[in-house]
Write a protein of this length. Structure first.
Length: 154
């Protein structure tokens, strides 16, 4: 329903995954107003180079959908966003996410090292317990840790 609304409103889905949408409007003076919308589940991020266009979009969208305007972007999908508009700089940080993962896996006090892997180490199935001998909680925690690592690294 939401994707149809965006398409009807003149947005183009640029990634075919219904995640990123863009709308460009050429103005009478030849300039182009652009709005980009990124959607993740029930969270969205809009960026626009024309404040009037943005306000109109939000007003129109809020007629059909419940919205919460969180103001200037500070956090998105677990990452901290810092903006310096004067310098045109945007900084992204996942420090809080990393600290949360370390706490979750009781590794907050671990000592970081440059390379935790032995060079040229090749693991085989015989390096692990047989499937029926594995501790389900250890396996689940390992899967969650790897998932958190993949999420952080992409």
């Amino acid at each position: 329903m939401f994707v149809k609304w965006l398409l009807d409103y003149g947005f183009i889905n640029v990634d075919n995954d219904t995640v990123t949408f863009v709308k460009n409007v050429k103005k009478d003076n030849g300039s182009v107003s652009k709005i980009q919308l990124n959607i993740h589940v029930d969270d969205g991020l809009a960026a626009c180079n024309d404040e009037a266009m943005y306000k109109e979009f939000i007003a129109t969208l809020s007629k059909d959908f419940d919205l919460i305007d969180s103001g200037e972007l500070k956090w998105f999908l677990g990452g901290k966003v810092e903006q310096d508009r004067d310098k045109g700089i945007v900084r992204l940080s996942q420090e809080q996410y990393c600290n949360d993962v370390l706490r979750k896996f009781q590794m907050s006090d671990c000592t970081p090292i440059d390379n935790p892997y032995e060079a040229n180490l090749h693991l085989t199935a015989s390096d692990s317990p047989l499937l029926d001998k594995r501790n389900a909680e250890v396996v689940r925690n390992y899967q969650h840790l790897i998932g958190a690592y993949i999420s952080h690294s992409t």
